[in-house]
Design a protein around this ligand. Structure first.
Ligand code: SAM
Length: 231
């Protein structure tokens, strides 16, 4: 067993390790070319064209963004006229999101909460519940997360998710890997979700290196995620 996994004994500890990681990554992402925060401040939206087409008109709608990071996508929906609320468990991310909203003069509510506990601090419902790009892998219990999503979708509203295909995670992504080599199983062997413990030494923006941090990722198959989200 990986020594890091040995130290972390349950979902709450996994979540705490990931929260600390995202606090660290917020400062990195704030300065990264990938997020291009300075460009975002100049205007425009950072959403994909297919998201805009599929979600449709949001003017005047209530939109909840789960796991919103520091709010670039949330504030993009605000620029399109939605009344937005973002939830994330990273204190650093939520602090930055609030600063950004103030600086850009955009109306937005940002709530710091573990997504599993959001119903304890956010009592509302929404026309659109949105989550995107890199949210599922951090969750130790996808069905429980899907119940939170369902709690927030107003009758007549909908949930929209844009996520990476889990096949992406079968490859060896250690920094010394030189080829696309299958290293992790696609089909979980013992549990419905497979726990991966990785020690990351770099952010995705390769120009910014940060201290090694442990991250825990949970990989489910596409069918598992779809089954869990049938509500
Ligand atoms: C890859 S980011 C989402 C990226 C977002 N689509 C963007 O491009 O800015 C994942 C986010 O999930 C958040 N997160 C992970 N686990 C969470 C949890 N249990 N509760 C709340 N937020 C969580 C992290 O803090 C991070 O901001």
């Amino acid at each position: 067993m990986d020594p890091a996994e040995d130290r972390l004994t349950g979902p709450e500890e996994y979540l705490e390790a990931n929260r600390a990681l995202w606090d660290e990554w917020t400062a990195i992402n704030e300065r990264s070319a990938f997020y291009d925060l300075e460009g975002f401040k100049q205007g425009g939206v950072r959403l994909k064209d297919f998201e805009l087409a599929e979600v449709g008109e949001v003017e005047g709608k209530d939109l909840l963004h789960l796991q919103c990071h520091f709010g670039i996508d949330t504030l993009s929906w605000a620029r399109l006229g939605a009344r937005v609320t973002g939830v994330d468990f990273s204190e650093e991310a939520i602090t930055l999101a609030r600063l950004l909203a103030d600086e850009l003069g955009l109306e937005a509510t940002f709530v710091r909460s573990n997504v599993y506990h959001a119903p304890e601090v956010l009592d509302a419902d929404f026309d659109v519940v949105y989550a995107s790009r890199g949210v599922l892998g951090w969750l130790p219990d996808v069905p429980r997360w899907a119940a939170v999503v369902a709690r927030y979708v107003r009758p007549g509203g909908f949930f929209y998710i844009h996520e990476m295909h889990p096949f992406l995670y079968v490859f060896d992504d250690r920094h010394d890997a030189t080829e696309a080599r299958v290293h992790f199983p696609y089909f979980p062997r013992e549990e419905r979700t497979e726990l991966l413990v990785r020690t990351l030494a770099r952010s995705r923006d390769r120009t910014l290196v940060h201290g090694a941090a442990t991250t825990l990722a949970f990989v489910g198959t596409v069918s598992f995620v779809i089954d869990a989200s049938r509500f």
